[in-house]
Design a protein around this ligand. Structure first.
Ligand code: SAH
Ligand code: SF4
Length: 383
């Protein structure tokens, strides 16, 4: 087995190069070839000594993920579904805006937290992604987009860990992936522009604040414990008061001076004026006295039949937002992007898994090996 170099942050790559008897600056050169230039063929890395290239060919490889499908929205949003093997797929979504390009990526195939309103949660947990599989989503998207948009410049300025999975339940793979995103020899992203979104794995929030403090979004979704226990089962382990204390501790090390609370608006479940008032009380109870310490992002629920839940009507969302705003809490309502390609939250991967299960049943009868629907080159004509 040779090493997949996408699995290493720069320190990891330096340790690997050391084993090959190579100096650290060689690791830096290699890292730049892979992440900044998107190169996977060692023969193309012309400023590396031939002897090193030969060693790399024996001991290493650079393996991305194969693309199962790509969906382009009329608004410029692009969604990819990547094959991670054994009938599992994960998604990444690129969202272009005037002043930034955001890539939303996945950290796990499925998710063990099991939130009621989340189709990934309904699929259950398959496995953690490796560092290489997390980084591969960015590596692929960045270099695909440069070719696609015909630019030598960086396209992705922001990364949000808001695809499938709970990033803080895959901590050991997450941290080197984040370090690669931040590294000046890697993607050079600012800490403020890399966001980990979590359902509230309190001990790991504390570790992240020490190991790799990036921007933090916390999926709150309810203003009291009984309701949050029901919507986000992890709340039974780490209830709201503990979670908000952990948020405040995180802020001491965070690159931004506020936490973003995500709140998925579910009709008649968590969207009444009473819920909004309870939130205001919570925010005030946990204020540190340093002014604004949190912002709310109200997310229109992306419905799927198995949830039995409905999206809150727009006037209900506006009324809810107004109560928070009137109390001085910065609140935005998330614009839905890529609606025509189901670019929100686990939907397409959910479809594929269901189809895969059907295919698996057929395969048991006929021993068919599942193949990607399209491969990278077929999907990416300019490649
Ligand atoms: N596991 C992490 C990150 C992935 S989910 C977390 O829960 O924060 C990213 C965001 O999408 C979370 O805020 C999540 O609550 C939200 N989300 C999940 N399913 C959704 C749905 N069906 N509609 C709208 N938002 C959803
Ligand atoms: Fe997992 Fe996040 Fe979905 Fe909850 S919302 S099931 S934590 S991916």
């Amino acid at each position: 087995m040779t090493a997949n170099l996408l699995d290493f942050d720069l320190d990891g790559l330096a340790a690997f190069c050391d084993q090959l008897g190579e100096k650290r600056f060689r690791a830096t050169q290699l890292f730049r070839w892979i992440h900044q230039r998107g190169e996977s063929n060692f023969d193309q890395m012309t400023d590396l000594a031939k002897s090193l290239r030969e060693k790399l060919k024996v001991h290493a490889h650079v393996a991305g993920l194969s693309v199962l499908s790509r969906h382009d929205s009329a608004d410029g949003t692009i969604k990819w579904l990547f094959n991670v093997g054994d009938g599992n797929a994960v998604e990444a979504v690129f969202i272009p805006e005037d002043d930034r390009g955001t890539l939303c990526i996945s950290s796990q195939a499925g998710c063990a937290v099991g939130c009621r309103f989340c189709s990934t949660g309904h699929q259950g947990f398959s496995r953690n992604l490796s560092t290489g599989e997390i980084v591969a989503q960015l590596w692929f998207a960045e270099h695909f987009l440069r070719r696609h948009l015909n630019t030598p410049d960086r396209v992705i300025s922001n990364v949000v860990m808001m695809g499938m999975g709970e990033p803080l339940q895959n901590y050991s793979a997450l941290v080197p992936a984040l370090k690669t995103m931040l590294d000046d020899h890697g993607y050079g992203l600012s800490r403020r522009r890399v966001t980990v979104s979590t359902s509230g794995v309190v001990p790991m929030m504390q570790r992240l604040s020490q190991d790799c403090p990036v921007a933090l979004a916390v999926s709150l979704h309810a203003p009291n414990d009984p309701l949050r226990d029901n919507l986000v089962p992890l709340n039974r382990k780490y209830p709201i008061a503990e979670l908000l204390d952990a948020c405040n501790q995180y802020l001491e090390f965070a690159p931004r001076d506020f936490i973003t609370f995500e709140y998925c608006m579910l009709d008649g479940v968590n969207d009444t004026p009473e819920h909004a008032q309870q939130l205001v009380k919570l925010v005030r109870q946990h204020a540190t006295g340093k002014g604004v310490w949190c912002k709310f992002n109200l997310i229109p629920f992306n419905p799927f039949p198995a949830s039995g839940l409905l999206r809150s009507p727009a006037p209900q969302v506006q009324a809810f937002a107004k109560i928070l705003l009137d109390a001085g809490i910065v609140t935005t309502v998330r614009k839905t992007r890529g609606d025509d390609i189901d670019a929100a939250c686990g939907q397409l991967a959910g479809d594929v898994r269901d189809r895969t299960r059907v295919n698996e049943r057929i395969a048991q009868q006929r021993t068919i090996v599942l193949k990607p629907v399209t491969d990278l080159t077929a999907n990416n004509k300019e490649a």
